[in-house]
Design a protein around this ligand. Structure first.
Ligand SMILES: Nc1ncnc2c1ncn2[C@@H]1O[C@H](COP(=O)(O)OP(=O)(O)OP(=O)(O)O)[C@@H](O)[C@H]1O
Ligand SMILES: O=P(O)(O)OC[C@H]1O[C@H](OP(=O)(O)OP(=O)(O)O)[C@H](O)[C@@H]1O
Ligand SMILES: [Mg+2]
Length: 287
């Protein structure tokens, strides 16, 4: 048996980005056809391609060691598993929605019919709010339920909002949940040390990919007189690397900066006297 038995989404929004992230982390997840189990012998991993909604069940029951699913799907599952890492893709919010001019807040849902594919998640949220309503469980396309008179409101995943808009609905109230893809593990400690180690390596590798996606490498030349001011702009994760430059009174500096901050940091560095400011991407890393 492989050291790590890993559940991956076989279709839907999370499937391609999950496989992509694992490939960037150095795993071989190539599915040539529709096979449901793929071996990666070099990493001693076996991937099981399952319905995203079922992943929490296999991992929570302990049949598989880890899995990637959505936080919302995990919360809707009756089996409990723990999130060990947020993966930064598959981001969506979960909202109540209804016809404009109709129900305008969660309190207005009392006694009403709410269509959803996530009944446990919604029921628990309503219970927290102290609201009693009737849930209508549907498999998908829940936005149509109001128009067809099956429900008074819906509770569903909203990503761009396009589906709601085209169905003539709008969200109301606060988001029920902010969701994204998560790496999950069973509540019980893994059976073997081999699996414990494999989970640790996996987590470190995925953290490396997350950092590589969030940060860029910034290189620049800096007059020694300006270096203290420059270091404040590029503290890096630990500290910037400073190397000698073949020019008297100057140093070369290298640091990681959050990708989103790079343009502003470059402007500021230029202002304090840095030159030859270069930005490059990381493929992956271990920090
Ligand atoms: N636009 C989106 N639509 C649905 N789910 C999304 C979207 N963006 C992110 N997600 C997340 O993907 C997970 C649902 O995946 P799932 O594969 O079941 O649904 P799907 O992408 O709608 O696929 P399908 O409806 O074709 O089965 C949830 O965690 C959800 O939050
Ligand atoms: O905010 P948006 O970007 O429009 O995305 C959200 C919509 O996408 C999903 O539907 P999907 O197409 O998967 O159909 P389904 O409801 O049958 O699952 C989800 O259930 C929402 O309806
Ligand atoms: Mg869907």
């Amino acid at each position: 048996m492989a050291a790590l038995r890993f559940a991956l989404p076989n279709k839907g929004s999370l499937s391609a980005p999950a496989a992509q992230m694992l490939a960037e982390a150095g795993y071989r997840v190539n599915r040539s056809g529709r096979e449901l189990i793929v071996a990666d012998p070099a990493n001693d991993v076996q991937f099981f391609f399952l319905r995203p909604r079922d992943i929490a069940v296999y991992v929570g029951e302990g049949s598989l060691d880890v899995g990637i699913t959505g936080r919302d799907l995990l919360r809707d599952s009756t089996v409990s598993a723990k999130e060990i890492l947020s993966l930064g893709f598959g981001r969506a919010a979960f909202y109540f929605a209804g016809k404009p001019g109709g129900i305008s807040d969660a309190a207005g849902l009392a006694g009403k019919r709410i269509a959803t594919s996530y009944p446990k998640l919604v029921q628990e949220h309503l219970a927290e709010l102290g609201i009693e309503a009737h849930l209508v469980r549907l498999d998908g396309a829940v936005e149509t339920a109001v128009e067809l008179g099956v429900a008074d409101a819906i509770a569903d995943v909203v990503e761009t909002g396009t589906t709601l808009r085209t169905s003539g609905l709008q969200t109301f109230g606060d988001p029920i949940l902010k969701s994204e893809a998560v790496l999950i593990q069973g509540e019980q400690v893994a059976d073997t040390q081999q699996t414990v180690d494999a989970v640790e390596v996996l987590t470190r590798r995925l953290q490396g990919v997350l950092i590589a996606r969030r940060y860029v490498i910034l290189d620049f030349d800096c007059p020694v007189a300006a270096q203290e001011e420059a270091f404040k702009l590029v503290p890096g994760i630990e500290a910037p690397t400073v190397s000698p430059l073949a020019r008297e009174g100057w140093v070369a500096v290298r640091s990681l900066v959050p990708r989103d901050h790079a343009p502003r940091v470059m402007d500021e560095l230029w202002r304090v006297g840095a030159r030859a400011i270069l930005v490059s991407s990381l493929d992956t890393c271990r920090i």
